[in-house]
Design a binder for this molecule. Structure first.
Ligand SMILES: Nc1ncnc2c1ncn2[C@@H]1O[C@H](COP(=O)(O)OP(=O)(O)OP(=O)(O)O)[C@@H](O)[C@H]1O
Length: 290
């Protein structure tokens, strides 16, 4: 019998060789109560004592947190506190950095993504990523979105899949008459939505976003923010942002990292911004440092 567990599709394992509690057993070891308003089974990503080093520099220090399904989780904190490092651990993009060393456990739907039997390429199909600067391929709009599907030989109903991804990325109406035009002719905001369409075309479970709007003007930023909120109806979204107002506007949960790669507080976004537990977090969000 084939398992429906998304994690099976990146690890090539049987449905019986890991726990099926979605990592809930570890929830009591996390900062705050990450699943206060949700069933613990809704945890998609569970980090336990995650530390990352670049050679001798420690970028993350024993980070434990659970990321809930179909919510927007924002990672905020001053420059260099490890937000991007944490994000890149989730889909093993840090594998591409020779100096990076990861310790601890990071599970995606109950399976440690650093286990030997995990294929990072397959993992990245389930956990897509959108970067700070839009990076469409120098190809047509259509070919950008179709790219991942073609690589996977999923070319049946390709036109329909491309249209659906562009619709979900709120770009279809702007590009439906110019699908063969170069993606590089689009505006920066459109290019970023195209990159989001490219990421969702392969049907991921999680979308990681590293400051996806920081290179965009306010109107394009507003569109991306609206889109992120819509995407969370279907996907789990984790976003790094320097913009605290943006985190407050669009996220459900907020994790505050401070210097040294320490996760200082993680809670509902309203609590973080209105009633943080830690004085250091209050000082940071009120602009006293950072
Ligand atoms: N490829 C790398 N090689 C060596 N050190 C790195 C590398 N990437 C990050 N670092 C170091 O790791 C620490 C955390 O960096 P990271 O980029 O994760 O922080 P950040 O919070 O995302 O910062 P920013 O908000 O400025 O993007 C910093 O001290 C940084 O210099």
């Amino acid at each position: 019998m084939t398992s429906d567990d998304p994690a099976d599709r990146f690890a090539g394992r049987s449905s019986t060789d890991t726990t099926d509690d979605g990592g809930a057993a570890m929830a009591d070891r996390t900062v705050g109560d990450p699943t206060a308003d949700a069933d613990p089974a809704d945890t998609v990503i569970e980090t336990t004592d995650l530390s990352v080093y670049y050679d001798d520099v420690q970028a993350l220090d024993d980070v434990s947190m659970s990321i809930p399904e179909r919510r927007v989780t924002a990672l905020i904190g001053p420059s260099g506190c490890g937000k991007s490092t944490y994000l890149r651990c989730i889909n093993r993009m840090n594998d591409l950095i020779d100096a990076a060393r990861v310790e601890g456990d990071l599970s995606f739907r109950g399976k440690n993504v650093y286990d030997d039997d995990v294929d990072p390429v397959a993992l990245r199909r389930k956990i897509g990523m959108v970067f700070q600067h839009p990076n469409p391929f120098p190809k047509s709009i259509y070919d950008n979105v179709a790219y991942g599907l073609r690589i996977q030989d999923r070319t049946e109903n390709l036109d329909e899949a491309v249209e659906q991804a562009l619709r979900r990325a709120a770009l279809w109406e702007e590009v439906e008459d110019q699908l063969d035009a170069s993606a590089l002719e689009l505006s920066g905001g459109q290019q970023q939505r195209l990159c989001i369409a490219r990421a969702i075309a392969v049907d991921p479970d999680v979308i990681l976003m590293d400051e996806p709007a920081s290179a965009l003007d306010p109107i394009a930023t507003a569109k991306i923010e609206d889109l992120i909120e819509e995407l969370a109806e279907e996907y789990t979204v984790v976003i790094v942002t320097h913009n605290m107002q943006q985190a407050a506007r669009i996220s459900d949960r907020t994790a505050v990292f401070l210097t040294g790669g320490e996760l200082v507080e993680y809670d509902d976004t309203d609590t973080i911004f209105e009633n943080p537990e830690s004085q250091r977090v209050e000082d940071y969000i009120t602009g006293k440092f950072g």
